[in-house]
Design a protein. Structure first.
Length: 259
């Protein structure tokens, strides 16, 4: 049976890629789009004219769609996913910026409402593999720093991927403090700190999404790097999520957990 999809953030850079992806899949049909500023008719956004456009979340009826794909903004994503879960629409979430506490709360709602979904800070295969390799390397190289580089319009920092990478590294590395006696003579010059792992966020025009994890050891170093040069690179992961969403009975965090 064809699954009905609503795209939150359909006017955005990622939303536009998702429209093309879903339109190319036989088993899925876009029935709705959500974005605060709707200026044109659906066809101007690559949608059929039957697609219903909403500029307010609360106007979306219960069970309006089977799947809610979210590529919006850090300030909207928590309420969006909560709305989807409580209206029995399975969320596939690419928007970054959710806090640990918000993720925990959404997981509880998902269990209560008995509806599964996926939150993936990165849908790119290269980023998912980088996180996996970094987690493994952390066992042997506890001195590590993360540099993430994104386009200048990115609203949140650090990137969801950098934070997810730091969390995975923290699970595997022995307790450790790099450079414990350092003094910053320029504030924040050493970057953000997640459990002793420094994260540096770079925002520049021309970049899309890139991450480098640098491990240092005695007389040696290991650098892992991934580059997403085009937002199309995230669509393979979104396709996998669409294909597997029916098998998810709770809210899963991380694409790697459904591959
Ligand atoms: P973007 O071009 O700025 O698009 C944001 C979209 O969200 C627009 O359609 C915007 O609508 C809409 N929006 C804003 N406020 C909203 C609200 N309150 N409710 C519903 N929709 C709202 O951003 P983008 O580059 O597509 O990125 C979107 C998100 O995806 C970001 O958080 C980014 O970090 C994340 N991302 C994730 C991945 C991944 O692999 N997980 C990859 C790339 C990006 P208007 O135009 O009407 O304001």
């Amino acid at each position: 049976m064809t699954k009905k999809v609503l795209i939150a953030g359909f006017t955005g850079a990622m939303g536009q890629k998702v429209i093309k992806l879903v339109n190319s899949l036989d088993d899925f049909e876009i029935v709705g789009g959500l974005s605060p500023e709707i200026k044109y008719e659906p066809k101007e956004y690559g949608l059929s004219n039957e697609v219903k456009l909403f500029n307010q979340r609360d106007a979306i009826p219960d069970q309006f769609a089977d799947i809610w794909i979210d590529f919006t903004t850090p300030s909207a994503v928590y309420e969006n996913v909560k709305y989807a879960l409580t209206h029995h629409i399975a969320p596939i979430v690419g928007t970054t910026g959710l806090t640990d506490r918000q993720e925990d709360e959404l997981s509880l709602i998902s269990k209560k409402e008995k509806i599964g979904g996926l939150i993936a800070p990165n849908f790119g295969m290269s980023a998912v593999l980088l996180m996996k390799f970094a987690k493994e390397a952390a066992k042997y190289f506890p001195d590590v720093e993360i540099i993430e580089m994104h386009h200048a319009d990115k609203k949140d920092a650090p990137s969801g991927t950098a934070l997810a990478t730091a969390k995975m590294i923290a699970q595997n590395r022995p307790p450790h403090q790099s450079a414990p006696d350092e003094v910053e003579t320029l504030s924040n010059v050493r970057g953000g700190d997640y459990q002793g792992i420094k994260i540096h966020s770079i925002r520049l025009p021309g970049y899309v999404a890139h991450e480098q994890v640098m491990f240092g050891g005695t007389g040696e170093a290991l650098t892992l790097r991934q580059d997403s040069f085009d937002r199309q690179s995230f669509m393979n992961g979104v396709k996998v999520a669409l294909e597997k969403i029916d098998t998810l009975h709770e809210l899963v965090i991380g694409l790697e957990n459904i591959l």
